[in-house]
Structures are given as structure tokens and as C-alpha cells.
Write a protein that binds this ligand. Structure first.
Ligand SMILES: Cc1cc2nc3c(=O)[nH]c(=O)nc-3n(C[C@H](O)[C@H](O)[C@H](O)COP(=O)(O)O)c2cc1C
Length: 189
């Protein structure tokens, strides 16, 4: 049994292009032996704050009930990611960057000692051996270019996840649902 985690972040419901792409990718990647978990980030994800920071980095034995609750919620996301062999991430571009909900998902998962640590060569990701597909939909990103978001966060996110193969499957559609281009695209380190 392999496990696939599908993430959607578009708040455009049935009109969402990235959702259609993630749906199609999941269908293509799934077999009868694939267990699919879907997390719709547009339905809500708690932003990290000072309370989150204190909770996550406090020793388990000293946490208050409120802190235990915060860590329990964060651990749900972390375990979903840990369990997944494959990630399918819908990435709509809003205002030249990733949706806030998707950024929050990364914030929730960036836990020093759990998902990354610092080494002499900089941050080192701990979650290895996974394969990720990013279904990007935008109105303006040019085709034929390396998949580098204008805010430069694409490579940073890939580094955080430490994908074994850092391939982005880039597929774009316009609003008529007509695919304008696709192809594997390596994230630059
Ligand atoms: C609030 C908002 C901001 C957007 N900003 C950009 C942008 O900066 N660059 C761009 O190329 N497209 C932009 N778009 C177009 C979306 O990227 C496009 O509609 C895409 O299909 C969104 O993904 P979705 O259909 O899954 O929601 C924006 C759309 C919305 C609704």
C-alpha cells in the first residue's frame, strides 16, 4: 500500500483550475493499492503564532493542556506528511505568490528537530524519500521557464521537504480548462 497526500489551497471552489489538475494527477498516480488523503487548506488552517512556538518547542512533560492541544493539531499535519510516499500539491498563484493557507501549511511543518535541522551546510531536511508533484495554475507565469516562483520560495519549499527527486510536474490551464503546456521541470537547488 502506498500513501498519497493531496493538498488543495484554492478558494475558488468548482472554478478552481489547480483542483482539476490535482484531481487528474491523483487519478493518474493512483492504483488500487494507493491510499489517498486529501487536505483542503482553503477550509482553514491555523496560522502559527507565539503560542504555537512555545507549545511546539516545550518539552512534552512540561506542556500545559492548551499547549498539548496546539501540538496535537500540528502533529496531525506532520503525521499526514510523514506517512505520505507521494505529495500532490495544488498551487494557485495569487498576488505573485503562494496562497496564505499553503504558506501556513509549510509554517506548521517547519519544526526544527522534527522536519529539519541546521548543519554546517545550512538547513537540512529530514523528510526524505518522498516524491512531490506541484500542479501550478496562474494567469501570467510564462511557459518554458524553470519553475521558480517570483517570490523565490519554490526552491526553499522543495528544500524543506527534501524530496528524493525534486521534480515539479508543471501543468497549466487557462480558465477554459484548456491545457497550455506541461512537462517535468526540475527545481533549482
Ligand atoms: C486574488 C487573485 C490573485 C491573483 N494573482 C495572480 C498573479 O499574481 N499572477 C498570476 O499569474 N495570476 C494571478 N491570479 C490568477 C490565478 O493564478 C488563476 O486564476 C489560477 O487559475 C488560480 O488557481 P485556482 O483556479 O486553482 O484558484 C490571481 C487570481 C486571484 C483570484
Amino acid at each position: 500500500m502506498t500513501k498519497l497526500l493531496r493538498l488543495d489551497a484554492s478558494f475558488r471552489g468548482d472554478a478552481s483550475v489547480s483542483r482539476k489538475l490535482t484531481e487528474r494527477l491523483v487519478a493518474q498516480l493512483s492504483t488500487e493499492k494507493t491510499e489517498v488523503t486529501t487536505r483542503d487548506l482553503s477550509k482553514g488552517i491555523t496560522p502559527i503564532d507565539g503560542a504555537w512556538l512555545s507549545a511546539v518547542y516545550s518539552p512534552a512533560e512540561t506542556r500545559t493542556d492548551a499547549q498539548n492541544e496546539i501540538v496535537a493539531q500540528a502533529d496531525i499535519l506532520l503525521n499526514e506528511l510523514r506517512d505520505a510516499d507521494t505529495l500532490v500539491i495544488g498551487l494557485p498563484i495569487y498576488n505573485f505568490g503562494v496562497p496564505a493557507a499553503l504558506k501556513t501549511w509549510f509554517d506548521q511543518l517547519a519544526r526544527k528537530g522534527e522536519t529539519f535541522s541546521y548543519s554546517e551546510n545550512g538547513p537540512k531536511g529530514h523528510l526524505t524519500g518522498k516524491k512531490a508533484y506541484v500542479a501550478l495554475s496562474s494567469d501570467g507565469t510564462e511557459l518554458g521557464r524553470a519553475c521558480r516562483l517570483r517570490n523565490g520560495l519554490g526552491p526553499a519549499y522543495a528544500g524543506l521537504l527534501r524530496h528524493h527527486r525534486r521534480d515539479l510536474c508543471r501543468r497549466r490551464q487557462n480558465h477554459d480548462g484548456c491545457r497550455r503546456g506541461h512537462g517535468p521541470c526540475r527545481i533549482r537547488d
